[in-house]
Design a protein. Structure first.
Lengths: 438, 556
């Protein structure tokens, strides 16, 4: 009787808060964040340690995206397979998901969301029957743990390469910084930095260290929590000593002459509302995720007191990182731009289901032909720099953007550091551009 | 100010910087010094003249971080530059101490009423300018002392002078983090301080004087600002309840005042041809009795003594409010362009007749100016473009006029700019093209009819720039048009950067205009000299300076 009364009271309470959604079940949490707890993915044709080359790639075609398959088939590169690793995100992010995801729902328009304070907004498995499943995946990426609450890449080497000759045309040395203003879960303060009068969501700050002609060029991107609002982007040019606002045209432009648009950063660096999103299914696939400390690294590009070395590159034109690939649970997501004048027709995103990073992208030009192949290698934080251990951040560790049509690529070699002291809020101000540039 | 005092001040300033450096350095850990630099050759060929520049430059920059216990981000920064322009050897008929003209302004206009035969004495009113007066004319050299008194060697090696201009920058800076999260940042030393958002023209960017003798208005301001010994203190409040970013800074320019370098007569670039006008005479034959000698145009250049009251100072509040960035600026400084003060004849009756003093017609002065202004930019989603506005109101400026040489007037200047990036498929570039347009306006609040400048004038600029081959090949065209002067410059160029070290830039610079005349009461009719140089402006007066320009740079 007493039990019944309590149940009735609980029912009344839930009715009283009316539309409040049911809390997320622990099964959903477990499936979303620990997909390999009950076993790692397997494929009959793929074993850890094997090397996939043009000779055997047809046997594993189903586990590769079309661009990667073609590169290997052409003999442009070979890949080594390793065992699947558990890239568990930080407990604080998982806990925030438990706390808030039950109250999160999409708004009427693309780009509108309610109740997403922190954590993964939609941890439920996507369904092909859900017309907005793609949009939910996009939100899971945007509000994902990514670099955690803040991190820095110091330094970050970009090399512009002729894929035919292998000539390195330019080497640009950067520092990159990331800071979340909202949706914070681990670093004080959380869930948000205040004051934040314009309700910024995230800041990205980029500074060029070399070469001389673009030294001190700096980029600041401020993204708003309101996805319908366009980013504010500022560029500081060292030779002008002046901060200039960027129009969105520059966000889809080749950044400093590389093969990347600003919009390409991290797999997708734009608004949800700039794209139409379509969920295409879930697959087991090979993704570039690895143990950095197990790799044969580049001994020439970077030397450091702490002995850290960056990922080495090889293959055709030096366009492919010498890393390891592993079988992962992958969400296939397509995005096509809302703006008819956008320089691309669509991107195919291969999202790692556990981390919601985007290790693979294929970009199609306006005619619908395959244009660019994006690869961003993910390193496990426990096998990287000592200070990254235990952070639960899947470390962006190497990238390659191949312009398939131009036979040109830009490669990236990272020293990613999850350390809040490297990215204070003052780093994300317009004034910092002026002060750092002068 | 004498050279000796200048040297003393520089020594003191360097001593202050060195002292601070040592003070900070004691008990600190020094990081490795970062170094970079370049060597460059700029070879320009002027139509009808020949070589106009063979400039060889070496520039080195360094930055050294220091770890201190109480301050953060402490660095010592320096930029050193040396230039050797061999044009004075390679084209000494046109440029240098032996250069000469048949009449004043021959390099930009036909003979006019003031420079050709007129009724009466069989000569001209104004003589041709004397090239490098300190090589050729001791009287002019003395009169122009401290301003246009350089010799050919100084022009050949412009950084190696008493002002130690080879030190482009040398400063120490550091941040102090306050308990409330605010940051106080201090920067002390020889430096450039840039205000405003305008390209090519200076509305708020007036703190450092500019060396126009390097390449008129066409070099990057970064390379032609004359660094000054200054201290800036900035209080960075970061985001507040209202603003996304808010900063307040104060500036004290404690250096000796230096005017803009307009170029000495005999140099390839002498903006407005002022250098030759200032080294000209009124011919004795026209003046007659009671004069016994030609009368130099310039009698003396006011060179303000260093004193606390002669230093320059200002403040700026800037921030971000929503989609707009803004600044509010105030500066009390000294006009960097010369103002001509007429000197009457000491004999009252002759003065009443408007005759000048026999030892020189004008004194050059640099009056104090107070500036209030602001800048604003805004990204418009509707136009997918960034709009820039910059405004400045000044009091105390002096502009040229026929009678008395100058008139004090308040001024309003403004720029409206628009930057837009546009993909143009027909041009087969993967990157968007940059289209940047500006309208620079100037309003003379106390305008009078005998001013050669219009009460209102506008200069429009357009930049169209594209990128190919991963930004390593970049064509661009800059067009500027001066409405009142009816003069235009078109400057197409293409830049190629094959690797991290080499950059090649090939450019054309073609001007038209310079045809406007203006009445000078002495000549009695519309003519070019001397006032139409102001009407025609820097573009029109350079109308015979069409050039093909090649610059090769190796960066390290």
């Amino acid at each position: 009787m007493f039990k019944k009364t309590l149940s009735s009271l609980a029912l009344c309470a839930s009715v009283a808060v009316a539309a409040q959604a049911a809390p997320i079940s622990e099964d959903v949490i477990q499936q979303s964040f620990y997909p390999y707890a009950k076993g790692k993915p397997t494929a009959a044709s793929i074993q850890p340690g094997m090397v996939i080359s043009s000779a055997n790639v047809d046997a594993v075609k189903d586990y590769l995206d079309p661009a990667m398959y073609q590169f290997i088939k052409n003999g442009d590169t070979e890949i080594t397979v390793s065992d699947t690793m558990d890239f568990a995100l930080h407990d604080s992010y998982v806990e925030a998901t438990r706390k808030y995801a039950g109250d999160t729902r999409l708004g009427e328009k693309i780009g509108e969301i309610e109740g997403s304070e922190a954590g993964r907004p939609f941890p439920q498995e996507p369904s092909l029957d859900d017309p907005r499943a793609g949009e939910k995946l996009a939100w899971n990426y945007k509000n994902g743990y990514n670099w955690g609450d803040s991190a820095a890449i110091m330094p970050f080497y970009w090399k512009y390469r002729d894929m035919n000759s292998g000539k390195v045309e330019r080497t640009v040395k950067f520092n990159f910084h990331f800071l979340n203003y909202t949706h914070r879960t681990q670093q004080e303060p959380y869930p948000a930095i205040t004051p934040n009068p314009s309700n910024l969501f995230r800041g990205i700050y980029v500074q060029v260290l070399e070469p001389f002609d673009i030294k001190n060029t700096q980029l600041l991107i401020q993204r708003f929590d309101d996805d319908l609002k366009r980013d504010n982007a500022y560029l500081y040019l060292g030779f002008q000593r002046r901060v200039r606002r960027l129009s969105t045209g520059q966000v889809t432009d080749a950044f400093l002459g590389s093969d990347l648009m600003i919009e390409d950063f991290e797999g997708y660096n734009g608004r949800i509302s700039d794209m139409n999103w379509t969920y295409k299914g879930t697959k087991t696939m090979l993704l570039p995720m690895y143990n950095h400390n197990n790799l044969e690294l580049d001994t020439e590009t970077h030397a450091d007191d702490d002995g850290y070395q960056v990922v080495a590159f090889g293959g055709k034109g030096g366009c492919f990182p010498n890393i390891q690939w592993q079988l992962r649970k992958v969400y296939l997501l397509e995005s096509d731009p809302v703006d008819p004048n956008h320089p691309i027709s669509k991107r195919e995103h291969y999202i790692d289901a556990q981390t919601f990073t985007i290790p693979r992208n294929i970009t199609y030009d306006r005619k619908g032909d395959m244009w660019k192949s994006w690869l961003i290698g993910q390193a496990h934080p426990d096998y990287h720099l000592p200070q990254n251990k235990g952070t639960g951040v899947s470390i962006d560790d190497s990238f390659s953007m191949v312009d398939i049509q131009a036979n040109h690529c830009t490669t990236g070699q990272f020293k990613g550091i999850v350390d809040a002291t490297l990215t204070p809020e003052s780093k994300m101000t317009v004034q910092n551009l002026r002060a750092s540039g002068a | 100010m004498s050279n000796k005092i200048t040297r003393t001040l520089n020594t003191i300033s360097m001593g202050v910087a060195a002292g601070l450096t040592m003070g900070v350095a004691s008990g600190v850990n020094a990081a490795e010094m970062e170094r970079a630099g370049f060597v460059e050759n700029a070879t320009y060929y002027r139509d009808g003249v020949g070589l106009s520049k063979f400039r060889n430059t070496i520039q080195g920059e360094f930055s050294k971080a220091l770890d201190t216990s109480s301050w953060s981000n402490v660095t010592i920064n320096g930029t050193l530059r040396g230039t050797y322009d061999r044009v004075y050897d390679l084209n000494d008929k046109e440029f240098g101490k032996d250069a000469g003209e048949d009449y004043l302004g021959q390099n930009w206009h036909p003979r006019g009423a003031a420079t050709t035969f007129i009724p009466g004495p069989n000569t001209t009113i104004l003589s041709a300018g004397v090239a490098f007066p300190c090589e050729n004319d001791p009287l002019l050299c003395r009169n122009l002392g401290g301003y246009m008194d350089q010799d050919e060697n100084d022009a050949m090696f412009p950084e190696f002078n008493d002002e130690l201009d080879f030190i482009r920058e040398l400063y120490i800076r550091g941040d102090k983090y306050l308990d409330n999260g605010d940051v106080v940042s201090v920067k002390l030393g020889k430096q450039q301080v840039v205000w405003g958002k305008t390209d090519l023209f200076r509305v708020l960017d007036v703190i450092n004087p500019v060396d126009y003798s390097r390449h008129n208005i066409y070099d990057e301001l970064e390379d032609i600002r004359i660094p000054q010994w200054m201290v800036t203190a900035e209080w960075r409040m970061g985001s507040t309840a209202t603003f996304d970013d808010s900063n307040f800074s104060i500036l004290w320019n404690f250096d000796e005042f230096r005017p803009n370098n307009l170029g000495t007569c005999g140099q390839p670039y002498k903006i407005l041809d002022a250098g030759c006008f200032f080294s000209a005479y009124i011919n004795l034959a026209d003046l007659g009795a009671p004069y016994s000698n030609n009368v130099p145009i310039i009698h003396d250049v006011e060179d303000p003594n260093w004193s606390l009251s002669n230093t320059q100072f200002g403040f700026k509040w800037e921030g971000v409010y929503g989609d707009a960035t803004f600044s509010v600026n105030a500066l009390h400084y000294r006009q960097q362009l010369p103002s001509l003060h007429f000197r009457k004849h000491p004999v009252a009756a002759l003065a009443a007749a408007g005759l000048p003093a026999p030892d020189g017609v004008f004194d050059i002065r640099f009056p104090r100016v107070t500036l209030l202004g602001g800048a604003f930019d805004y990204y418009s989603m509707a136009t997918d473009a960034t709009w820039r506005i910059e405004l400045a109101y000044t009091e105390g400026e002096e502009l040229p006029r026929d009678t008395n040489g100058h008139k004090a007037t308040s001024m309003a200047r403004y720029v409206i700019g628009m930057d837009k990036n546009l993909i143009i498929p027909a041009l087969k570039a993967r990157s968007a093209f940059l289209i940047s347009a500006q309208l620079f306006g100037e309003h003379i609040l106390d305008h009078v009819a005998d001013m050669p400048n219009d009460e209102d004038n506008w200069i429009a600029t357009l930049l169209f720039k594209g990128w190919y081959m991963n930004n390593r090949l970049s064509p661009q065209i800059i067009i500027a048009h001066d409405v009142a002067a009816k003069s235009t410059v078109v400057a197409p160029s293409i830049s190629w950067t094959p690797d991290n070290h080499w950059t090649f830039n090939l450019a054309l610079n073609v001007k038209s205009g310079g045809d406007e005349t203006f009445a000078w009461s002495v000549a009695g009719t519309e003519t070019f000299e001397p006032l139409a140089r102001f009407t025609n402006g820097p573009i029109g007066v350079a109308n015979q300076e069409d050039e093909l320009q090649l610059t090769v740079r190796y960066s390290f």
